[in-house]
Design a protein around this ligand. Structure first.
Ligand code: AMP
Length: 413
C-alpha cells in the first residue's frame, strides 16, 4: 500500500545537532524501517528488526540512540554495537561520523586483524570512555579482558546482522560481552532473517521487545537490467539513441515528475520519436485514448510517472527506461516489472546522474544485486559520483557539555 503522507526527518523532532547532520548528508525522508523503528526506539522499548542491509537500518538504530545521547549525555561508553565483520563495523562507523558531526559524541570502531598500532589507538579511545563503540566480538572481548572497555554505564546495546553472527559461531562471545553490561538497558537486535534460533537468542537478551519486519521484493530474473551513468543534460540523447539502437516494441519511459514527462514528450517528438506522455493533467478520455494507442501498438513510446504506472496493465512491454532513478526500490521493481511479463523477456535501463548515484546504490543494496553498468554511446560523457553532504572525522569535545530536553524542541523552519 502506498503512503498518503510523507514523513520528513524533521517530524521526529531530533535535536538540532542530529538534524543538522542529516541535512548535511542529504537525508530528507525516512525509509520504511526508519519510520517504524525510530519512534519505538525513542520510546525506550527493546526492538527486534527483520531487515537487510540497504533498507536504511543503520540510521534507524543510530539516530534515536544518538539523539538521546545529545540531550542526556554521559561521560562513558553509552552504546555498544556488535557486528559480525570489520566491513560492517567500518560502514556503521562511517555513517556515525556523518550523524555525529555537529555533536560532541565520541566514538571508536574496533576489529581484529590489524596491527599493534591500531590496537593501541583503540585502547586509548576506549580508556577515554568513547561514547559509542562499534566492534566485532573477538576484538571487543580482547579489550574487555584487558580492562580497556568498560560497560557498567552502558544504556544501549545493538546487535546488527544477528543471524550472521550466530552462523559465524559468535554466540558464546556475544553472551560473554553482554554479561558485563547492566541488565537495565535498551537492547536492539537486527537480523536479515528470523529463524527460530534467532528468536531463542532474542528471548535471552531482550526485554518485551517490539517487532518490526521489512519485506523486500526482488525483480523478476527475466528482466535484463542496465545502468547508464549520464549527466542530466545528456539523458535525452541517450534515450533517443537507446530507442533506435534497441528498436524494441512498446517502450515505457518513466520520469520522476509530471512536468518532466511533458518536457520529455516534447523533446522526443522534436527528435522524431513517436512518443506521448500521460499524466493526471490529461482528461480521463485523453488518457484512455493514449493508452489505447499504446496497447494497440500504434504508439510505440509512452512517457509516464510512477503514480500512473501503477494503473497501467499492459503486457508485452519490450523495454522500460527509467529516465530518473525512482524514489525507492519498490518503485524500481514495480517500474521494471512492467516488462518481462507473462514469461517473456524484457529489458530495463536506468539513467543515473552524479546526484542520483547514492539513491541507486541503495536500490541495488536493497535488491542484493549490482546492476550492469553500460558503456555510454559515443560522444556522451560518463557521469561520476557527486558527493552530497560530507563525511567528516569526529570533532574533539566534551561529551558532558550539553544536557537539554528534546521534548521542548521547536521544529526548525
Ligand atoms: P543501510 O541499510 O543502513 O546500510 O543504508 C543503505 C544506504 O542508504 C546507505 O548508503 C545510507 O546512507 C542510505 N540511506 C539510509 N537511509 C536513508 C534516507 N532516509 N535517505 C537517504 N539515504 C539513506
Amino acid at each position: 500500500m502506498r503512503k498518503i503522507l510523507t514523513l520528513h526527518f524533521h517530524d521526529f523532532l531530533f535535536e538540532y545537532e542530529i538534524q543538522d547532520g542529516l541535512d548535511d548528508m542529504g537525508f530528507e525522508t525516512p525509509t520504511p524501517i526508519q519510520e517504524l523503528a525510530i519512534p519505538i526506539i525513542l520510546d525506550g522499548s527493546d526492538l527486534i528488526g527483520c531487515a537487510q542491509t540497504g533498507t536504511g537500518k543503520t540510521a534507524a538504530f543510530l539516530l534515536p540512540v544518538l539523539n538521546k545521547m545529545v540531550w542526556d549525555p554521559i561521560a562513558a561508553t553509552d552504546t555498544l554495537v556488535i557486528v559480525p565483520t570489520r566491513e560492517l563495523a567500518l560502514q556503521i562507523y562511517q555513517a556515525l561520523q556523518g550523524f555525529c558531526y555537529h555533536t560532541n559524541i565520541t566514538s571508536q570502531v574496533v576489529y581484529g586483524g590489524t596491527d599493534g598500532i591500531s590496537f593501541e589507538q583503540e585502547k586509548k579511545a576506549l580508556l577515554h570512555g568513547a561514547n559509542v563503540v562499534i566492534g566485532t566480538p573477538g576484538r571487543l572481548i580482547a579489550h574487555l579482558n584487558m580492562g580497556n572497555l568498560k560497560l557498567e554505564n552502558l544504556r544501549h546495546l545493538i546487535l546488527d546482522e544477528a543471524d550472521r553472527m550466530l552462523d559465524m559461531g559468535f554466540v558464546e562471545d556475544i553472551l560473554k560481552i553482554i554479561n558485563q553490561a547492566p541488565k537495565k538497558r535498551q537492547t536492539l537486535m537486527f537480523s536479515a532473517t528470523m529463524p527460530p534460533k534467532i528468536r531463542q537468542f532474542a528471548a535471552k537478551l531482550l526485554h518485551e521487545p517490539k517487532e518490526i519486519s521489512i519485506a523486500v521484493s526482488k525483480p523478476a530474473e527475466r528482466v535484463v537490467q542496465g545502468v547508464f551513468r549520464v549527466h542530466d543534460k545528456d539523458k535525452n540523447s541517450v534515450a533517443v539513441w537507446l530507442l533506435k539502437e534497441k528498436n524494441l516494441p512498446s517502450v515505457i519511459i518513466f520520469t520522476g515528475t509530471k512536468s518532466k514527462a511533458r518536457q520529455l514528450e516534447r523533446d522526443l517528438q522534436k527528435a522524431g520519436v513517436n512518443a506521448k506522455s500521460i499524466s493526471s493533467d490529461l482528461e480521463q478520455k485523453e488518457r484512455e485514448e493514449v493508452l489505447r494507442a499504446f496497447r494497440s501498438r500504434r504508439l510505440p513510446v509512452l512517457v509516464a510517472t510512477d503514480v500512473l504506472s501503477r494503473g497501467i496493465d499492459i503486457e508485452d512491454i519490450g523495454m522500460v527506461i527509467n529516465y530518473d532513478v525512482p524514489g525507492d526500490a519498490e518503485d524500481y521493481i514495480h517500474r521494471i516489472g512492467r516488462t518481462a511479463r507473462a514469461e517473456s523477456k524484457g529489458e530495463a535501463y536506468t539513467f543515473v546522474s552524479g546526484e542520483e548515484f547514492r539513491k541507486f546504490k541503495r536500490i541495488e543494496e536493497l535488491m542484493g544485486m549490482e546492476v550492469t553498468k553500460m558503456a555510454n554511446p559515443a560522444g556522451i560523457a560518463e557521469a561520476s559520483v557527486a558527493v552530497q553532504g560530507h563525511l567528516h572525522s569526529k570533532k574533539p569535545g566534551n561529551p558532558n557539555s550539553r544536557g537539554k530536553s528534546h521534548f521542548f524542541r521547536k521544529k526548525k523552519s
